[in-house]
Design a protein around this ligand. Structure first.
Ligand SMILES: C[S@@+](CC[C@H](N)C(=O)[O-])C[C@H]1O[C@@H](n2cnc3c(N)ncnc32)[C@H](O)[C@@H]1O
Length: 415
Protein backbone atom coordinates (compact mmCIF):
# COMPACT_ATOMS: atom_id res chain seq x y z
CA UNK A 1 0.00 0.00 0.00
CA UNK A 2 1.31 3.52 -0.77
CA UNK A 3 1.94 5.81 2.18
CA UNK A 4 0.87 9.41 2.63
CA UNK A 5 1.78 12.28 4.91
CA UNK A 6 -0.90 13.34 7.39
CA UNK A 7 -1.22 15.95 10.13
CA UNK A 8 -3.03 14.58 13.20
CA UNK A 9 -5.54 16.46 15.33
CA UNK A 10 -7.42 15.03 18.30
CA UNK A 11 -6.58 11.77 20.05
CA UNK A 12 -9.08 8.97 19.43
CA UNK A 13 -10.49 6.87 22.25
CA UNK A 14 -8.03 4.07 21.41
CA UNK A 15 -4.27 4.18 20.72
CA UNK A 16 -4.69 6.41 17.65
CA UNK A 17 -4.98 10.03 16.63
CA UNK A 18 -7.46 11.36 14.08
CA UNK A 19 -6.56 12.99 10.80
CA UNK A 20 -8.22 13.53 7.42
CA UNK A 21 -7.54 11.97 4.05
CA UNK A 22 -7.29 14.33 1.05
CA UNK A 23 -10.95 13.37 0.36
CA UNK A 24 -11.95 14.79 3.76
CA UNK A 25 -12.72 11.38 5.26
CA UNK A 26 -11.62 10.88 8.88
CA UNK A 27 -8.70 8.49 9.29
CA UNK A 28 -7.47 7.04 12.59
CA UNK A 29 -3.71 6.56 12.65
CA UNK A 30 -2.63 3.93 15.16
CA UNK A 31 0.24 4.97 17.47
CA UNK A 32 0.15 8.59 16.31
CA UNK A 33 -0.03 11.32 18.97
CA UNK A 34 -2.24 14.38 18.60
CA UNK A 35 -0.73 17.32 16.68
CA UNK A 36 2.05 15.74 14.70
CA UNK A 37 2.98 15.08 11.11
CA UNK A 38 3.26 11.40 10.27
CA UNK A 39 3.79 9.13 7.32
CA UNK A 40 0.99 6.55 7.40
CA UNK A 41 -0.20 3.53 5.44
CA UNK A 42 -3.95 3.09 4.94
CA UNK A 43 -5.00 -0.34 6.20
CA UNK A 44 -8.74 -0.18 5.75
CA UNK A 45 -11.25 2.24 4.24
CA UNK A 46 -14.91 2.13 5.20
CA UNK A 47 -17.85 4.32 4.20
CA UNK A 48 -17.43 6.82 7.04
CA UNK A 49 -13.81 6.44 8.20
CA UNK A 50 -10.45 4.82 7.45
CA UNK A 51 -7.72 3.21 9.57
CA UNK A 52 -4.01 3.67 9.05
CA UNK A 53 -0.71 2.41 10.44
CA UNK A 54 2.06 4.74 11.52
CA UNK A 55 5.08 4.25 9.28
CA UNK A 56 7.23 7.11 10.60
CA UNK A 57 6.86 10.26 12.65
CA UNK A 58 7.87 13.15 10.39
CA UNK A 59 7.43 15.93 12.94
CA UNK A 60 6.75 14.76 16.47
CA UNK A 61 4.09 16.36 18.65
CA UNK A 62 5.66 18.43 21.48
CA UNK A 63 3.52 16.24 23.75
CA UNK A 64 4.83 12.90 22.49
CA UNK A 65 6.74 10.88 25.08
CA UNK A 66 8.08 7.36 25.53
CA UNK A 67 5.38 5.11 27.08
CA UNK A 68 6.44 4.08 30.57
CA UNK A 69 4.86 0.60 30.48
CA UNK A 70 6.71 -2.11 28.50
CA UNK A 71 3.32 -3.60 27.55
CA UNK A 72 2.12 -0.42 25.81
CA UNK A 73 0.82 -1.38 22.39
CA UNK A 74 -0.24 -4.89 23.39
CA UNK A 75 -2.15 -4.36 26.65
CA UNK A 76 -5.39 -2.47 25.97
CA UNK A 77 -5.44 -0.90 29.45
CA UNK A 78 -3.69 2.46 29.06
CA UNK A 79 -3.70 3.59 25.44
CA UNK A 80 -2.73 7.26 25.87
CA UNK A 81 0.70 6.80 27.43
CA UNK A 82 2.51 8.05 24.32
CA UNK A 83 1.58 11.68 25.01
CA UNK A 84 1.99 13.68 28.19
CA UNK A 85 -0.49 14.11 31.00
CA UNK A 86 -1.35 17.82 30.42
CA UNK A 87 -2.26 16.96 26.82
CA UNK A 88 -4.37 13.99 27.99
CA UNK A 89 -6.37 16.37 30.21
CA UNK A 90 -6.79 18.78 27.31
CA UNK A 91 -8.02 15.95 25.05
CA UNK A 92 -10.59 14.95 27.69
CA UNK A 93 -11.76 18.56 27.99
CA UNK A 94 -12.20 18.74 24.21
CA UNK A 95 -13.99 15.38 24.10
CA UNK A 96 -16.52 16.53 26.71
CA UNK A 97 -16.95 19.88 24.94
CA UNK A 98 -17.68 18.05 21.64
CA UNK A 99 -20.20 15.71 23.31
CA UNK A 100 -22.06 18.59 24.97
CA UNK A 101 -21.99 20.74 21.82
CA UNK A 102 -23.35 17.86 19.76
CA UNK A 103 -26.29 17.73 22.17
CA UNK A 104 -27.02 21.42 21.70
CA UNK A 105 -25.06 23.03 24.58
CA UNK A 106 -22.97 25.89 23.19
CA UNK A 107 -20.26 25.87 25.85
CA UNK A 108 -16.54 25.41 26.37
CA UNK A 109 -15.85 23.00 29.20
CA UNK A 110 -13.36 24.20 31.85
CA UNK A 111 -10.12 22.44 32.80
CA UNK A 112 -10.42 18.80 33.86
CA UNK A 113 -9.36 18.27 37.49
CA UNK A 114 -6.27 16.12 37.44
CA UNK A 115 -5.77 12.85 39.24
CA UNK A 116 -3.50 13.37 42.29
CA UNK A 117 -1.20 10.84 40.64
CA UNK A 118 -1.01 9.81 36.97
CA UNK A 119 0.52 6.38 37.80
CA UNK A 120 0.07 3.79 40.59
CA UNK A 121 -3.40 5.22 41.17
CA UNK A 122 -5.84 2.38 40.37
CA UNK A 123 -7.34 0.89 43.51
CA UNK A 124 -9.48 -1.58 41.63
CA UNK A 125 -8.86 -3.97 38.72
CA UNK A 126 -10.67 -6.67 36.76
CA UNK A 127 -8.29 -9.20 35.23
CA UNK A 128 -9.00 -12.10 32.90
CA UNK A 129 -7.38 -15.50 32.69
CA UNK A 130 -6.31 -17.15 29.45
CA UNK A 131 -8.23 -20.32 28.46
CA UNK A 132 -5.45 -22.58 29.80
CA UNK A 133 -5.55 -20.64 33.07
CA UNK A 134 -1.79 -20.07 33.07
CA UNK A 135 -1.78 -16.31 32.69
CA UNK A 136 -3.65 -13.44 34.23
CA UNK A 137 -3.93 -10.17 32.44
CA UNK A 138 -5.93 -7.50 30.66
CA UNK A 139 -7.51 -7.72 27.22
CA UNK A 140 -5.41 -6.59 24.29
CA UNK A 141 -6.81 -3.45 22.70
CA UNK A 142 -10.06 -4.14 20.84
CA UNK A 143 -9.89 -7.94 21.35
CA UNK A 144 -10.65 -10.61 23.93
CA UNK A 145 -7.10 -11.97 23.75
CA UNK A 146 -5.29 -11.86 27.08
CA UNK A 147 -2.11 -9.87 27.57
CA UNK A 148 -0.40 -11.48 30.57
CA UNK A 149 0.49 -8.96 33.27
CA UNK A 150 2.70 -9.77 36.24
CA UNK A 151 3.06 -6.20 37.52
CA UNK A 152 1.15 -3.09 36.49
CA UNK A 153 2.47 0.48 36.84
CA UNK A 154 -1.07 1.87 36.98
CA UNK A 155 -2.24 -0.25 39.92
CA UNK A 156 -1.59 0.90 43.46
CA UNK A 157 1.60 -0.95 44.47
CA UNK A 158 -0.25 -3.07 47.08
CA UNK A 159 -2.43 -4.54 44.29
CA UNK A 160 0.34 -4.85 41.71
CA UNK A 161 2.44 -6.86 44.19
CA UNK A 162 -0.36 -9.44 44.45
CA UNK A 163 -0.66 -10.25 40.74
CA UNK A 164 2.11 -12.84 40.58
CA UNK A 165 1.38 -14.62 43.91
CA UNK A 166 -2.31 -14.82 42.99
CA UNK A 167 -1.52 -16.23 39.54
CA UNK A 168 0.78 -18.89 41.00
CA UNK A 169 -1.74 -20.05 43.60
CA UNK A 170 -4.76 -19.89 41.29
CA UNK A 171 -2.84 -22.14 38.83
CA UNK A 172 -4.13 -25.20 40.74
CA UNK A 173 -7.59 -24.54 39.29
CA UNK A 174 -8.41 -26.24 35.98
CA UNK A 175 -10.33 -23.15 34.88
CA UNK A 176 -10.14 -19.55 35.97
CA UNK A 177 -12.22 -16.85 34.33
CA UNK A 178 -12.11 -13.44 35.91
CA UNK A 179 -10.34 -11.96 38.91
CA UNK A 180 -11.50 -8.79 40.62
CA UNK A 181 -9.27 -6.88 43.04
CA UNK A 182 -10.33 -4.00 45.27
CA UNK A 183 -8.03 -2.18 47.64
CA UNK A 184 -9.73 -1.49 50.97
CA UNK A 185 -8.11 0.09 54.05
CA UNK A 186 -7.78 -3.39 55.58
CA UNK A 187 -6.05 -4.84 52.49
CA UNK A 188 -7.06 -6.31 49.14
CA UNK A 189 -10.42 -7.96 48.54
CA UNK A 190 -10.11 -10.74 45.97
CA UNK A 191 -12.97 -12.25 43.96
CA UNK A 192 -12.15 -15.06 41.52
CA UNK A 193 -14.58 -16.85 39.23
CA UNK A 194 -13.97 -20.41 38.07
CA UNK A 195 -15.89 -23.42 36.71
CA UNK A 196 -14.19 -25.68 39.28
CA UNK A 197 -15.62 -26.62 42.66
CA UNK A 198 -12.38 -27.98 44.09
CA UNK A 199 -10.15 -27.23 45.89
CA UNK A 200 -11.99 -23.99 46.59
CA UNK A 201 -12.05 -23.92 50.35
CA UNK A 202 -8.37 -24.75 50.93
CA UNK A 203 -7.37 -22.37 48.14
CA UNK A 204 -9.46 -19.51 49.53
CA UNK A 205 -7.78 -20.04 52.92
CA UNK A 206 -4.31 -19.99 51.34
CA UNK A 207 -5.03 -16.80 49.37
CA UNK A 208 -6.55 -15.05 52.39
CA UNK A 209 -3.30 -15.73 54.27
CA UNK A 210 -1.19 -13.91 51.63
CA UNK A 211 0.37 -10.71 52.90
CA UNK A 212 -1.81 -7.73 51.94
CA UNK A 213 -5.03 -9.74 51.40
CA UNK A 214 -8.01 -8.91 53.62
CA UNK A 215 -10.56 -11.30 52.13
CA UNK A 216 -11.13 -13.81 49.34
CA UNK A 217 -14.19 -15.23 47.63
CA UNK A 218 -13.84 -18.03 45.06
CA UNK A 219 -16.98 -18.57 43.00
CA UNK A 220 -17.06 -22.08 41.53
CA UNK A 221 -19.47 -23.83 39.15
CA UNK A 222 -21.78 -24.95 41.97
CA UNK A 223 -20.19 -23.73 45.18
CA UNK A 224 -18.59 -20.68 46.67
CA UNK A 225 -15.79 -20.48 49.23
CA UNK A 226 -14.78 -17.43 51.23
CA UNK A 227 -12.17 -16.56 53.80
CA UNK A 228 -11.51 -13.29 55.56
CA UNK A 229 -13.63 -10.26 54.76
CA UNK A 230 -16.35 -9.90 52.13
CA UNK A 231 -16.37 -6.18 52.53
CA UNK A 232 -13.88 -3.71 53.85
CA UNK A 233 -13.75 0.03 54.14
CA UNK A 234 -12.16 2.88 52.31
CA UNK A 235 -11.18 6.08 54.08
CA UNK A 236 -12.22 8.97 51.87
CA UNK A 237 -10.60 12.21 53.00
CA UNK A 238 -12.17 15.37 51.55
CA UNK A 239 -11.91 19.04 52.48
CA UNK A 240 -15.07 18.42 54.55
CA UNK A 241 -13.64 15.59 56.69
CA UNK A 242 -12.88 11.89 56.58
CA UNK A 243 -15.51 9.22 55.88
CA UNK A 244 -15.44 5.44 56.22
CA UNK A 245 -17.16 4.06 53.12
CA UNK A 246 -17.79 0.35 52.56
CA UNK A 247 -16.02 -1.54 49.76
CA UNK A 248 -18.12 -4.52 48.62
CA UNK A 249 -16.66 -7.59 46.96
CA UNK A 250 -18.44 -7.99 43.63
CA UNK A 251 -19.99 -4.51 43.82
CA UNK A 252 -19.00 -1.32 42.00
CA UNK A 253 -16.19 0.87 43.41
CA UNK A 254 -14.62 3.98 41.91
CA UNK A 255 -11.21 2.92 40.62
CA UNK A 256 -8.96 5.80 41.64
CA UNK A 257 -9.16 6.62 45.33
CA UNK A 258 -7.28 9.95 44.96
CA UNK A 259 -9.64 11.33 42.30
CA UNK A 260 -12.59 9.79 44.11
CA UNK A 261 -11.83 11.93 47.19
CA UNK A 262 -12.00 15.03 44.95
CA UNK A 263 -15.27 13.81 43.44
CA UNK A 264 -16.87 13.15 46.83
CA UNK A 265 -15.76 16.61 48.01
CA UNK A 266 -17.37 18.16 44.92
CA UNK A 267 -20.67 16.34 45.53
CA UNK A 268 -20.77 17.46 49.18
CA UNK A 269 -20.10 21.07 48.16
CA UNK A 270 -22.71 21.02 45.36
CA UNK A 271 -25.44 19.44 47.49
CA UNK A 272 -24.94 22.16 50.10
CA UNK A 273 -24.73 24.98 47.55
CA UNK A 274 -27.82 23.96 45.55
CA UNK A 275 -29.85 22.07 48.18
CA UNK A 276 -28.90 23.81 51.41
CA UNK A 277 -27.19 22.39 54.51
CA UNK A 278 -28.78 19.36 56.13
CA UNK A 279 -31.52 18.87 53.52
CA UNK A 280 -32.85 15.57 52.19
CA UNK A 281 -31.28 13.90 49.17
CA UNK A 282 -32.60 11.17 46.90
CA UNK A 283 -29.73 9.19 45.41
CA UNK A 284 -30.04 6.63 42.61
CA UNK A 285 -27.20 4.26 41.60
CA UNK A 286 -25.63 4.69 45.05
CA UNK A 287 -23.35 1.60 44.91
CA UNK A 288 -22.10 0.79 48.39
CA UNK A 289 -22.44 4.39 49.57
CA UNK A 290 -19.48 6.34 48.17
CA UNK A 291 -21.57 9.55 48.29
CA UNK A 292 -24.31 8.30 50.64
CA UNK A 293 -22.13 7.87 53.72
CA UNK A 294 -20.37 11.27 53.45
CA UNK A 295 -23.71 13.02 52.74
CA UNK A 296 -25.32 11.39 55.77
CA UNK A 297 -22.30 12.21 57.93
CA UNK A 298 -22.65 15.85 56.84
CA UNK A 299 -26.21 15.84 58.22
CA UNK A 300 -28.29 15.05 55.12
CA UNK A 301 -31.10 12.49 55.21
CA UNK A 302 -30.61 10.18 52.22
CA UNK A 303 -32.96 7.83 50.37
CA UNK A 304 -30.51 5.70 48.42
CA UNK A 305 -31.37 3.22 45.63
CA UNK A 306 -29.16 0.48 44.18
CA UNK A 307 -29.64 -2.77 42.26
CA UNK A 308 -26.54 -4.84 43.10
CA UNK A 309 -26.95 -7.12 46.13
CA UNK A 310 -23.36 -7.00 47.49
CA UNK A 311 -23.36 -3.17 47.39
CA UNK A 312 -26.76 -2.87 49.07
CA UNK A 313 -25.77 -5.30 51.81
CA UNK A 314 -22.44 -3.56 52.48
CA UNK A 315 -24.17 -0.17 52.64
CA UNK A 316 -26.88 -1.50 54.97
CA UNK A 317 -24.18 -2.80 57.33
CA UNK A 318 -22.37 0.56 57.28
CA UNK A 319 -25.61 2.49 57.87
CA UNK A 320 -26.39 0.31 60.91
CA UNK A 321 -22.81 0.40 62.26
CA UNK A 322 -22.47 4.19 61.88
CA UNK A 323 -26.09 5.02 62.84
CA UNK A 324 -26.66 7.03 59.66
CA UNK A 325 -29.95 8.72 58.58
CA UNK A 326 -30.14 6.64 55.37
CA UNK A 327 -32.88 4.40 53.95
CA UNK A 328 -31.47 1.91 51.44
CA UNK A 329 -33.83 0.74 48.68
CA UNK A 330 -32.83 -2.32 46.68
CA UNK A 331 -34.14 -2.45 43.12
CA UNK A 332 -34.07 -1.07 39.61
CA UNK A 333 -33.63 2.72 39.66
CA UNK A 334 -35.99 3.03 36.68
CA UNK A 335 -38.85 1.59 38.78
CA UNK A 336 -38.04 3.64 41.87
CA UNK A 337 -40.81 5.91 43.16
CA UNK A 338 -38.92 9.11 43.97
CA UNK A 339 -39.47 10.42 47.51
CA UNK A 340 -39.83 14.22 47.81
CA UNK A 341 -36.46 15.88 48.26
CA UNK A 342 -34.82 18.99 46.89
CA UNK A 343 -31.81 17.22 45.40
CA UNK A 344 -31.74 14.15 43.18
CA UNK A 345 -28.25 12.67 42.82
CA UNK A 346 -27.71 10.28 39.88
CA UNK A 347 -24.56 8.25 39.16
CA UNK A 348 -25.63 5.79 36.46
CA UNK A 349 -23.46 3.30 34.58
CA UNK A 350 -22.07 4.15 31.13
CA UNK A 351 -25.51 3.65 29.50
CA UNK A 352 -26.83 6.72 31.34
CA UNK A 353 -30.23 7.46 32.83
CA UNK A 354 -32.45 8.29 29.86
CA UNK A 355 -35.66 6.78 31.22
CA UNK A 356 -35.26 8.52 34.58
CA UNK A 357 -34.40 11.90 33.05
CA UNK A 358 -37.35 11.66 30.65
CA UNK A 359 -39.75 11.40 33.60
CA UNK A 360 -38.36 14.24 35.75
CA UNK A 361 -39.97 17.61 36.42
CA UNK A 362 -38.95 20.42 38.72
CA UNK A 363 -41.82 19.29 40.96
CA UNK A 364 -40.25 15.86 41.51
CA UNK A 365 -36.66 17.13 41.67
CA UNK A 366 -35.81 20.87 41.53
CA UNK A 367 -32.05 20.12 41.52
CA UNK A 368 -30.47 17.21 39.64
CA UNK A 369 -26.79 16.42 40.21
CA UNK A 370 -25.68 13.97 37.55
CA UNK A 371 -22.35 12.10 37.81
CA UNK A 372 -21.40 10.58 34.46
CA UNK A 373 -18.63 8.31 33.19
CA UNK A 374 -19.64 8.73 29.53
CA UNK A 375 -19.75 12.18 27.87
CA UNK A 376 -22.02 10.97 25.04
CA UNK A 377 -24.80 9.59 27.25
CA UNK A 378 -24.39 12.64 29.51
CA UNK A 379 -24.93 14.88 26.47
CA UNK A 380 -27.98 12.88 25.41
CA UNK A 381 -29.53 12.95 28.91
CA UNK A 382 -28.68 16.66 29.38
CA UNK A 383 -30.61 17.44 26.19
CA UNK A 384 -33.61 15.51 27.56
CA UNK A 385 -33.41 17.41 30.86
CA UNK A 386 -33.36 20.69 28.89
CA UNK A 387 -36.65 19.68 27.22
CA UNK A 388 -38.07 19.05 30.73
CA UNK A 389 -37.35 22.66 31.76
CA UNK A 390 -33.93 22.20 33.43
CA UNK A 391 -31.01 24.55 32.93
CA UNK A 392 -27.41 23.37 33.08
CA UNK A 393 -25.94 25.29 36.02
CA UNK A 394 -22.49 23.68 36.49
CA UNK A 395 -20.22 21.25 34.69
CA UNK A 396 -16.91 19.94 36.05
CA UNK A 397 -14.83 17.05 34.73
CA UNK A 398 -12.46 14.85 36.74
CA UNK A 399 -9.75 12.45 35.66
CA UNK A 400 -10.49 9.08 37.23
CA UNK A 401 -8.52 7.13 34.58
CA UNK A 402 -5.17 8.70 33.61
CA UNK A 403 -3.57 7.25 30.42
CA UNK A 404 -7.02 6.51 28.91
CA UNK A 405 -9.75 8.46 27.11
CA UNK A 406 -12.25 8.04 29.96
CA UNK A 407 -13.58 11.17 31.61
CA UNK A 408 -15.81 11.54 34.67
CA UNK A 409 -18.16 14.54 34.81
CA UNK A 410 -20.43 16.15 37.37
CA UNK A 411 -23.28 18.26 35.95
CA UNK A 412 -25.83 20.25 37.95
CA UNK A 413 -29.28 20.99 36.50
CA UNK A 414 -31.77 23.35 38.07
CA UNK A 415 -35.46 23.13 37.23
C1 LIG B 1 -21.19 4.23 38.25
S1 LIG B 1 -21.69 3.18 39.55
C2 LIG B 1 -21.85 4.36 40.85
C3 LIG B 1 -21.88 3.83 42.26
C4 LIG B 1 -21.62 4.83 43.38
N1 LIG B 1 -22.35 6.07 43.19
C5 LIG B 1 -20.15 5.09 43.57
O1 LIG B 1 -19.71 6.26 43.41
O2 LIG B 1 -19.42 4.15 43.91
C6 LIG B 1 -23.31 2.78 39.05
C7 LIG B 1 -24.08 1.92 40.03
O3 LIG B 1 -25.40 1.72 39.50
C8 LIG B 1 -25.82 0.40 39.79
N2 LIG B 1 -26.88 0.08 38.82
C9 LIG B 1 -26.73 -0.29 37.52
N3 LIG B 1 -27.94 -0.42 36.94
C10 LIG B 1 -28.87 -0.12 37.89
C11 LIG B 1 -30.28 -0.05 37.89
N4 LIG B 1 -31.01 -0.33 36.79
N5 LIG B 1 -30.90 0.31 39.03
C12 LIG B 1 -30.19 0.62 40.15
N6 LIG B 1 -28.85 0.57 40.21
C13 LIG B 1 -28.19 0.21 39.09
C14 LIG B 1 -24.55 -0.43 39.69
O4 LIG B 1 -24.67 -1.62 40.43
C15 LIG B 1 -23.51 0.54 40.28
O5 LIG B 1 -23.40 0.35 41.67
Amino acid sequence: MPTLELRTGAAATGRAAASRLPSGKVVFVDDAAPDEVVEAEILEERASFARARLVRVVQASPHRRRPFCPLFGSCGGCVWQHFDYPRQLEEKRNLLTRAMQRSGFALEVGAVRRSPSEVQCRSRARLHADPEGGALGFFEEGTHRIQAVSTCPMLEPALSALLEPLRLHLGVLRSLEDLELNLASEGALVLAETEDDEPLDALARTLAALSGVAGVVLRGGQTEAGHGRRDGSQRVATQFGEYVVPVALGGFMQSNSGTNALLVGEILALVEEFGGAGGTVTELFCGSGNFTVPLARRGHRVDAGELAGPSVEALERAVAAQGLPVTVHRGDARRFKLPQSKVLLLDPPRTGALEICSALTNQTAPVVIYVSCDPWTLGRDSAVLATRGYKLARLQAFDMFPQTAHVETVAVFVG
